[in-house]
Design a protein around this ligand. Structure first.
Ligand code: ZN
Length: 159
């Protein structure tokens, strides 16, 4: 402790609060210890005033919002993921079935649509046409179920 100038605390205080006296300034000019203390004091004061953490944590609500956005992005990526070749094949088979049905039963479908119009309802009502439309209805029902099944499989496969 002997090699430390006893005026050094006064010099540090003067440097921090800018309370220099002529006598103290003259001492600091001649004493290397006090000169160093006076030079370092402003920096030390700034250093002490700095926050402990360089990276202060963001607001919790901002973190929560970011998490929600990231989750939505992940869900969107899952939805836009390309469908498998098996699903494409299933879609093609169902589409081919629909095309075949429409080609095969086009006459019956046209007749059915005509019978659904008000004038057709008045003029129609033949029992023979009704039995044809029932079988057609059954095929349409089966194909609709298949279409729904493939679509549901696609949706469930995403999850
Ligand atoms: Zn000194």
């Amino acid at each position: 402790m002997n090699d430390v100038c006893r005026r050094e605390p006064d010099v540090r205080l003067a440097a921090e609060s800018d309370g220099w006296t002529d006598e103290l300034r003259a001492h600091a000019a001649g004493c290397p210890d006090c000169a160093a203390a006076a030079a370092v004091a402003p920096w030390m004061q700034r250093f002490a005033g700095m926050p402990d953490r360089e990276h202060i944590l963001p607001d919790p609500s901002v973190v929560w919002l970011k998490a929600q956005l990231l989750r939505n992005t992940a869900a969107a990526e899952r939805v836009t993921r390309p469908i498998t070749s098996l699903q494409i094949a299933a879609y093609l088979v169902v589409a081919a079935c629909w095309a075949a049905l429409l080609t095969w039963k086009w006459g019956a479908i046209v007749a059915l649509v005509h019978r659904l119009t008000p004038s057709g309802m008045v003029l129609g009502g033949a029992s023979g046409a009704a039995s044809i439309s029932m079988s057609l209805l059954a095929v349409v029902l089966v194909l609709s179920s298949l279409t729904l099944l493939v679509a549901l499989h696609t949706i469930l496969a995403e999850e």
